[in-house]
Design a protein around this ligand. Structure first.
Ligand code: NDP
Length: 324
């Protein structure tokens, strides 16, 4: 019997329940996938807690990999047996089997296994649009990446180095700092122990950085603005520590004509062409060995509540996959 993890009310990890489901046949433009691996991302926590609204009861999860079992009408580029992966689309990746809109699926190259795909699609595509399209990083740029031991952070850090940037990174605690150093960051700051603004200024000889990639949110946002060089880009792409409060636009002028954006993967992969191009760039850099990916944390899908607890407690590094 197929099963999915659902929640009937928002709240802590305990609201996540395993339920048997009947998946049925795909409709026009859809495919049914048998899932081999599911990606766990911080956004799943926001939906579970209610920070991002969804109608209840709801499935959860937006990333997975698996094998196409059946295709509906009007699906011409996929067939049963194809190996596929996705990031985005309707909630419901926490399942052994599911229906997906065909146009959200990317065919996997032979060299990319299911676990690797589920560990990198969402976080890797995020790193792709942040570094190549939100603020296109150039050789010689000073870049600050927060939470660089995390899922998006590890990929973004390695990608920024491959683009030739000088990378200042933050991480919480000595073990994460050592890990981030081993991934090639030029300077790593333990932002639990040290003032990351002063340390970033020092690391860049007072110049500041051209861009901050900040997925931490509330706790780092204001400090991040103070790390930027004049006309720098504040890329606030997440809220792991809580949502960023409102600010006055005048603040951006006072701090040096800064740019501020709050981007989402969805608006950078809104067409099939954009998604395919982004995935191609991700596969290319991973297969070239310039960005190492893989799940550092693997949990049975049935233990999803524990996986959520560990992610929220900042116990994990890198990506997390759930295995149905
Ligand atoms: P991570 O693996 O990076 O986990 C979050 C990390 O944030 C933690 O490990 C921790 O690292 C750090 N952190 C700092 N403060 C807190 C806190 N109070 N509670 C929990 N964690 C904290 O997760 P992901 O890679 O899945 O996501 C990273 C960020 O990127 C998230 O904010 C996510 O929402 C965002 N995101 C945004 C996307 C977009 O398109 N806008 C797409 C994908 C992800 P440390 O211990 O080192 O501080």
């Amino acid at each position: 019997m197929s099963y999915a993890i659902k929640f009937h009310q928002t709240g802590g990890p305990e609201v996540l329940q395993r339920e048997e489901i009947v998946v049925g046949d795909p409709g026009a433009g859809q495919v049914r996938i048998r899932q081999e691996a599911v990606g766990l991302n911080f956004i799943d926590v926001y939906y579970r807690k209610g920070l991002y609204p969804t109608s209840l009861p709801s499935g959860l999860g937006t990333e997975g990999s698996g094998v196409v079992e059946a295709v509906g009408d009007d699906v011409y580029f996929l067939k049963p047996g194809d190996r596929v992966a996705y990031a985005g689309g309707p909630l419901g990746a926490y399942a052994s089997e599911r229906i997906m809109p065909a146009d959200k699926l990317i065919k996997l190259p032979d060299d990319i296994g299911f676990d690797m795909a589920a560990s990198m699609m969402l976080q890797g595509l995020t790193a792709e649009y942040l570094l190549r399209r939100t603020y296109p990083v150039k050789a010689g740029d000073n870049v600050l990446i927060h939470a660089a031991a995390g899922g998006v952070g590890q990929i973004a850090l390695q990608w920024a180095k491959a683009l030739g940037a000088f990378v200042v990174a933050t991480a919480g605690g000595p073990e994460k700092v050592a890990l981030v150093k081993s991934l090639g960051a030029d300077v790593v700051i333990d932002y639990k122990a040290d003032d990351f603004v002063a340390a970033t200024r020092e690391a860049t000889k007072g110049a500041g950085v051209q861009v901050v990639y900040d997925g931490v949110g509330k706790d780092t946002f204001m400090g991040s603005l103070d790390c930027l060089a004049p006309r720098g880009y504040m890329v606030s792409y997440g809220n792991a520590s809580g949502a960023v409060p409102a600010i006055e636009p005048l603040l951006l002028s006072q701090k040096g004509s800064l740019f501020l954006t709050r981007p989402t993967l969805g608006s950078y992969t809104s067409t099939r062409a954009e998604m395919a191009e982004a995935a191609e760039a991700l596969f290319e850099i991973v297969l070239a060995g310039k960005v190492r990916v893989g799940a550092s944390n693997r949990y049975p899908l049935a233990d999803v509540a524990l996986a959520h607890r560990d992610l929220e407690a900042r116990k994990t590094t890198g990506s997390i996959i759930l295995v149905p």
